[in-house]
Design a protein around this ligand. Structure first.
Ligand SMILES: [Zn+2]
Ligand SMILES: [Zn+2]
Length: 259
């Protein structure tokens, strides 16, 4: 039996206990799963196989004695037969019922992973082994974050002035808002790391980081006074870009950092 389990990044970060309601075949309470009217005491030992569930046939041949063993045809290998079937489950020993299942989701699970709950699927026929319930993890898309393993990536747009002069800027994290410091002279493409603000990991106590990718927003729709200010800045040597072609550019270094 399979079920999908949608999880948020917040739930995946720390692990979570979830409850789901499912309809499954559960052991019949009326006959205690035996399928016999009146319960297990009403089961009869099979007269063909004496309760072993097997039929043995012995054959004599010129080469010696051959014994073949097969499932008993009278009791279908169960070793017991039912005189009167339980009316509640029509002799199946199980019937459909709604159940609430608790699932302990560990931190760091990934989309498509399966959590196997042994014996939590359909009950077996007349007390047979119960099946497993397989829970498939579905990671919900997040409004702000892109997941990379146990790290989170957040794209932050800052103004041209904040990039040049530096600023403290509020950003979302999985546990609330936090402040990051933009150093004066920060370039577009710079990556800031907030340690321990990412996701927990499977079978590890390490917690991932939140990476903040800075994008500098170029101003548009300038007023005349804005244009005057920027014209003055253009004349100042401070706004010149460095000479091209000397060593690795800032952007190729950023790219290397992500490989
Ligand atoms: Zn029953
Ligand atoms: Zn039998």
């Amino acid at each position: 039996m399979r079920r999908k389990l949608p999880l948020t990044l917040e739930e995946i970060a720390t692990g979570v206990e979830k409850q789901i309601k499912i309809r499954r075949l559960a052991s019949c309470g009326e006959c205690e799963g035996s399928g016999a009217k009146g319960g297990p005491s009403q089961l009869n030992t099979c007269i063909t196989c004496n309760g072993s569930g097997e039929e043995r046939r012995v054959r004599q041949t010129a080469l010696g004695q051959f014994v073949s063993v097969s499932e008993c045809s009278r009791c279908d290998g169960e070793g017991q037969t039912i005189e009167d079937k339980c009316p509640e489950c029509r002799g199946q020993g199980r019937k459909e019922a709604q159940s609430t299942i608790k699932i302990n989701v560990p931190a760091g699970v990934e989309d498509g992973m399966t959590i196997n709950l042994r014996g939590q699927g359909h009950a077996g026929i007349r007390g047979g082994r119960a099946g497993d319930l397989r829970i498939e993890v579905r990671e919900k898309a997040h409004d702000y974050f892109i997941r990379r393993g146990s790290d989170l990536i957040y794209n932050l747009e800052i103004s041209f002035s904040d990039a040049a002069l530096g600023a403290d800027i509020e950003v979302p994290t999985l546990t609330g808002r936090a402040s990051v410091t933009i150093d004066p002279g920060t370039q577009s493409g710079k990556v800031l790391r907030m340690r321990g603000k990412g996701l927990g990991q499977l079978q590890s106590s390490r917690i991932g980081d939140q990476l903040i990718r800075v994008h500098v927003w170029t101003p548009q729709n300038l007023s005349d006074s804005d244009k005057d200010l920027l014209e003055k800045l253009r004349e100042s040597s401070a706004s010149n870009t460095p000479k091209q072609g000397k060593g690795k550019s800032f952007f190729s270094k950023v790219k290397d950092a992500f490989v």
